[in-house]
Each structure stands twice: as structure tokens, then as C-alpha cells.
Design a protein around this ligand. Structure first.
Ligand SMILES: [Cu+2]
Length: 310
């Protein structure tokens, strides 16, 4: 046996050892590399019963945010007392239950944003979807909205901690002085209808079965048309062709739905766009769904009032 044949198995062994060492080093490096967040899974846990369930994106359903304990605290302050019809400069303080600030690095970008706020007036006629921006102070986020009516607005925060990767919710309120919505406006707006006319477009958001039954997953189709048959150039907004948020009449929570047609490269029909959603609501009662779309660069919100039957 010559020397070359002797050294061959040894060389191969060294090569395997070197590759293994590099792989182990890479694993250790990525495993212990800081992820950017200082918070961990335990910061988003609360003990006991009646705790908010972390949302399963595959089972979209109505989440009773107000009546459950959230592992985060949400506080809202305004620069000046809010008045209907005037822009409100607001600051949110978002912390864990133990008081640790929740900063941009602690949240994942979901639907193109770190933090989504869903703001709604007492009669559910004035809906806002806003995205607070982080300030220089840790845990403090700033946003602006212009309430249409007087009354106590409810603010739902929708976000995903990097530590858990699961959607989480919190809520707070802000009192707005000024005229509340007139009784006849409220009565007219709250009529159940699967149709709405907004900004020169006809909207329909209807269940395939004709009704929505409590506790059952229902397919709903959003259709947008123009009375003259013209084009309805739907454009993606926050990474979807539409966002639909449903609230119950008492504003105890919400359901945030996105179209099953999630591939943004596949454009909806330019004249008769149709998008399908799935909704499951545990309790019967009256609800409103706000559909949010972008038609040729203009954001449009369409409300649909409906009853969920037993
Ligand atoms: Cu959305």
C-alpha cells in the first residue's frame, strides 16, 4: 500500500469534520443571534381564565377583545381635547403587562404595517383604519385621525409580536366632544343590507347561503361595480385587494378578513371584481362589516349591516 492511499481516508475524515464544524458554528451563530426584540414569549402570556386567544390565521373569526384580558396594555393620550370634525393628534403607549415598552423591533410587519388601529364611533358609522408610527420614546406610537361625530370612540390595536409570531389585540377608548350622529342618520345607516353605494360605486358583500348563522363558517363575496358598467381598477392595499373588518353592535371586538384570492399578481376582473371571504361569528346579533378597497388610487370604505342568526 502506498502513502497516498493511506492518507486518502484521513483527508476525507478531515474534510467531513471541517464541514460539520462550519455547519455547527453557523447553527450556533443563527440560533443565538439577537432577533431584534428584547421581549420573549412569556411577555405575551397571561395566566388564568378568560384570556385573549391568539388568533389562528387559518380560522378567521370574531374576536371578543373587550371582554377578555390582553397580555398588553394600551393607553391613549391626545395633544388637545378631541373635537368632532378636527384632526386629533394622539399618542399610544403600548407595553407588556409588566410594563416593558413594545417597540418596532418587537413587532412583525403584517399586511405591510407593524401596527394596525381600527377606530370606530359608538354607532359604528365612522370607521378609521390607521397605522401609528413609532416615536423616539420607547413604546410610544403616534397617529392622527379626524372623528366625524362626538362620542366615545373605541380603538382596537391589531399587531403581531416577533416573540410569538401570533396576532394579538388590545383596546382602548377616546372621548370626542361635539355633535353625536343624528338619530335619523343612525337609523338610516343601520338598516341591514348586503348592498352599499359609495363614491359612485355599487358594493355588494353577501353570503353564499343568503344568511350568516352563529358559529358557522360562511363564505361571503365582495363585488364592486360601476352603474355605467365602467372599469373598477382594484389595486392592492396593505398587501390585499380588500380588507373587511366586522364589528358587533356593542363593539366588544372585531373580525378582520382578507380575500382568499391572496395572489396579488392575479388581478381581479377589471369590470366585475369578485373577492371571497370567510367569516365565523360565535354570537347571533347585529353586526357591521366595513370593506376597504383602493379603486384606481382612491381609498373607499363601504359599510354593510347584517344580522347573524341563531
Ligand atoms: Cu386587513
Amino acid at each position: 500500500m502506498n502513502a497516498a492511499a493511506m492518507s486518502d481516508p484521513r483527508r476525507r475524515w478531515w474534510r467531513i469534520a471541517r464541514i460539520s464544524a462550519v455547519a455547527i458554528a453557523l447553527y450556533v451563530f443563527f440560533r443565538f443571534m439577537p432577533t431584534g426584540t428584547n421581549l420573549n414569549h412569556m411577555d405575551f402570556r397571561v395566566e388564568g381564565e378568560n384570556v385573549i386567544e391568539m388568533c389562528d390565521p387559518l380560522a378567521p373569526q370574531f374576536l371578543p377583545v373587550v371582554n377578555v384580558r390582553s397580555p398588553v396594555s394600551l393607553k391613549l393620550t391626545t395633544a388637545a381635547p378631541p373635537v368632532a370634525g378636527q384632526p386629533v393628534e394622539a399618542t399610544l403607549t403600548l407595553t407588556t403587562a409588566s410594563g416593558k415598552p413594545i417597540e418596532p423591533a418587537d413587532l412583525l410587519t403584517v399586511h405591510t404595517k407593524l401596527l394596525h388601529l381600527l377606530v370606530i364611533d359608538p354607532h359604528l358609522l365612522d370607521y378609521h383604519h390607521v397605522h401609528p408610527q413609532p416615536t423616539r420614546e420607547p413604546g410610544r406610537w403616534a397617529f392622527q385621525f379626524t372623528p366625524r361625530y362626538g362620542g366615545v370612540y373605541r380603538v382596537f390595536a391589531d399587531f403581531t409580536p416577533a416573540a410569538t409570531g401570533l396576532s394579538l389585540y388590545a383596546n382602548t377608548e377616546v372621548a370626542v366632544s361635539g355633535e353625536p350622529a343624528a338619530a335619523e342618520i343612525v337609523a338610516a345607516a343601520q338598516q341591514p343590507s348586503w348592498q352599499a353605494e359609495v363614491a359612485g360605486h355599487r358594493f355588494e358583500f353577501a353570503p353564499a347561503t343568503g344568511w350568516i348563522k352563529a358559529g358557522e363558517m360562511t363564505d361571503l363575496t365582495l363585488r364592486v361595480t360601476r352603474p355605467d358598467g365602467g372599469e373598477v381598477p382594484l389595486q392592492p392595499i396593505m398587501g390585499a385587494f380588500a380588507h373587511v373588518v366586522a364589528f358587533d353592535e356593542a363593539r366588544t371586538g372585531f373580525a378582520h378578513m382578507h380575500p382568499l384570492q391572496s395572489d396579488l399578481a392575479v388581478r381581479p376582473d377589471p369590470r366585475h371584481p369578485e373577492l371571497t371571504f370567510q367569516l365565523s361569528v360565535p354570537q347571533a346579533g347585529r353586526y357591521v362589516s366595513w370593506a376597504q378597497v383602493d379603486i384606481g388610487g382612491t381609498e373607499v370604505f363601504a359599510p354593510f349591516w347584517f344580522d347573524v342568526v341563531k
